[in-house]
Ligand binder design. Structure first.
Ligand code: DGT
Ligand code: CA
Ligand code: CA
Length: 577
């Protein structure tokens, strides 16, 4: 599949245009196209053959031609020309937090900085200070950005690794030699970043499977090709390990290679107390050497005296103890989600008309769907004025007439201003069904200021959900400083929810924070922050974070039926009105 390559080419064009300070809408169009191509389930070549490229959201005539050019020739002329103009390393600089196109250009022109390494050396030596617009503080920010970037390079975000792993599995699973195939490792546990991808296959003809694996498209280098294990380096920048096992031991192997290592150590301890030995080949009686389990994971856990422990919990953070007491949480499931409470339309920075968003949510089987565009202060994201917002509410109410047993919720992702006031008056907010509070500016406030600001928002009687509570972007932007304990306390006291934002770039709250929120009795909302219709599917990432956080259905507001949800949302309003 050329999907990834083409998406990457469009991303690169967008980066290069950004360096040249070209039209922002053109740049966004490329990024949008890249995202949509990346999340496409179908091979883009077959979309092209069907003549349906322009049906991909964000792909017009011009981009469709570029895709065809790439499919035919393996290159894009426009991209090649842009590459001539700017060195590759300069583009890379823009991936750093606090280095935008202006700074990257400046650094290149004044100091010939064309790599992150060079920039790091200069920043460490203090040489950046004195360039136009660069003071001590900015230099420190750049160094911090470099640290964050380095960490991001080592591990791949889940949102990128998962579709890649799925594509690899899809390419192997139809081989007649493959009896079973599963993804294991950190990916099966849904960790937010992935060190390498682990794939397991059950087969009695390992050599054939290995041969197919090392010859998959996208293999950059074969690191190891053996009888039972092979490893490759993928062009996307991650190692992939494939292990082939005999079918009778597949469950034991799946248990072993799902990890985590710490969890496995605990399982082995329990086993040895029973005179058993656990390995990737099965559970064995230490005395007789006879195998007593191995075909399924359930069987392995049962043999050592445990109920099945879901992969998301296998981190040795208490799950083994709780399992022994028979008190494992009944984790929330994807099918428990009854609607999405955070989504954008093209009224602000979303891509689709609101009618299409609503129809897509309805078809997904949801019982309700919010429209929550940005508020007026978010000018870069096309934030709505109060007037436009109320106009939108009217349109939603009219659109509602087309749907039965499905509710369109009027909402807003309302900015929390620097001093803690909301971007809209209570009077405007009172027209909405659900109000989200967000921080989108002044990220660098002190911890005290930021905490006060967010608490003030939570105390507004019309605010229901604090969205992306820490503002982090994985590998790109560190969370802002905020006292989450204090925030959670107020959220609990006020009966407000905090969000697990399912966007793979955010996953905010993360698993640890979400677990803490749950422990403190704070309600959770799991939402997608959809900007493109495809993003509705990201809800799986949010549910996975929730599961890693030990969260159950009853903790999550958008598992409630509509009436319950609205009662919860409007309780605070009546009390104070
Ligand atoms: P990653 O790749 O860093 O995101 O994390 P994992 O958990 O996927 O780790 P990885 O790929 O090194 O190994 C996959 C699983 O295999 C790991 O979760 C547990 C198991 N495993 C690997 N090496 C050992 C080991 O030396 N002892 C035990 N008990 N298990 C191991
Ligand atoms: Ca791994
Ligand atoms: Ca591995």
């Amino acid at each position: 599949m050329k999907n990834f390559e083409i998406a990457r080419a469009f991303e690169e064009i967008a980066d290069l245009l950004e360096l040249k300070e070209e039209n922002i809408f053109r740049i966004r169009a490329y990024r949008r196209a890249a995202q949509n191509i990346e999340s496409l389930a179908e091979d883009i070549a077959s979309v092209a053959t069907r003549g349906a490229l322009e049906q991909i959201p964000g792909i017009g005539k011009d981009l469709a031609l570029k895709i065809q050019e790439y499919l035919k020739t393996g290159r894009m002329n426009d991209l090649e020309e842009l590459r001539q103009e700017v060195p590759k390393g300069v583009v890379e600089l823009m991936n750093l937090q606090s280095v935008g196109p202006k700074t990257a250009k400046l650094l290149y022109e004044k100091l010939q900085v064309d790599s992150v390494e060079k920039l790091e050396a200069l920043a460490r030596a203090g040489t950046l200070v004195g360039l136009p617009g660069i003071r001590e503080k900015k230099q420190e920010d750049i160094l911090r950005g470099i640290e964050l970037w380095k960490k991001g390079q080592e591990r791949m975000p889940l949102g990128k690794a998962l579709p890649l792993a799925k594509a690899l599995v899809a390419a192997l699973k139809d081989l007649k030699e493959v009896q079973e195939i599963e993804v294991a490792g950190s990916l099966r546990r849904w960790k937010e970043t992935i060190g390498d991808i682990d794939i397991l296959v059950a087969s009695s003809k390992p050599a054939k499977v290995m041969g197919a694996f090392v010859n998959l498209p996208g293999v950059q280098e074969v690191l190891l090709q053996g009888e039972t294990k092979s490893s490759i380096r993928h062009v996307e920048g991650i190692q992939v390990d494939l292990r082939v096992l005999e079918p009778g031991a597949f469950g034991a192997a799946l248990q072993y290679f799902t990890g985590s290592k710490q969890h496995n150590i605990r399982v082995r301890d329990l086993a040895s107390r029973k005179g058993l030995k656990v390995s990737e080949y099965g559970v064995f009686d230490e005395k007789t050497g006879g195998r007593i389990a191995g075909e399924t994971e359930e069987e392995v856990y049962e043999a050592v005296g445990l109920p099945f422990i879901p992969p998301e919990l296998r981190e040795d953070t208490g799950e083994v103890e709780v399992a022994l007491e028979g008190k494992l949480p009944r984790l929330i499931q994807l099918s428990d989600i009854k609607g999405d409470l955070h989504a954008h339309t093209n009224w602000s920075d979303g891509h689709h008309p609101l009618e299409e968003l609503i129809e897509a949510a309805y078809r997904k089987g949801y019982r309700y769907m919010i429209v929550s565009d940005h508020s007026r202060s978010q000018t870069v994201a096309g934030g709505l004025t109060a007037e436009r917002l109320l106009d939108q509410v009217k349109k939603l109410r009219a659109l509602q007439k087309r749907y039965k047993h499905f509710r369109i919720l009027a909402g807003c992702e309302c900015d929390t201003l620097a001093d803690g006031r909301m971007d809209f008056s209570d009077e405007v907010l009172s027209q909405l069904d659900i109000v989200l509070a967000a921080v989108h500016s002044r990220f660098k406030q002190s911890k005290e200021e930021m905490t006060r600001r967010i608490i003030a928002a939570l105390k507004n009687p019309y605010v229901n959900i604090l969205v992306h509570p820490t503002g982090r972007l994985i590998g790109e932007r560190a969370p802002y400083e905020v006292d989450l304990e204090a925030v959670f306390q107020v959220a609990r006291a006020e009966g407000k929810a905090v969000e697990i934002n399912s966007s793979p770039q955010r996953l905010d709250l993360n698993d640890l924070h979400a677990r803490r929120a749950k422990e403190m009795g704070v309600r959770i909302s799991i939402d997608t922050d959809t900007h493109f219709l495809d993003h509705l599917g990201n809800i799986a990432f949010g549910v996975a974070v929730a599961r890693r956080a030990w969260i159950e259905k009853g903790d999550v507001v958008n598992t409630m039926p509509l009436q319950g949800l609205l009662q919860w949302a409007h309780r605070g309003r009546k009390k104070r009105a």
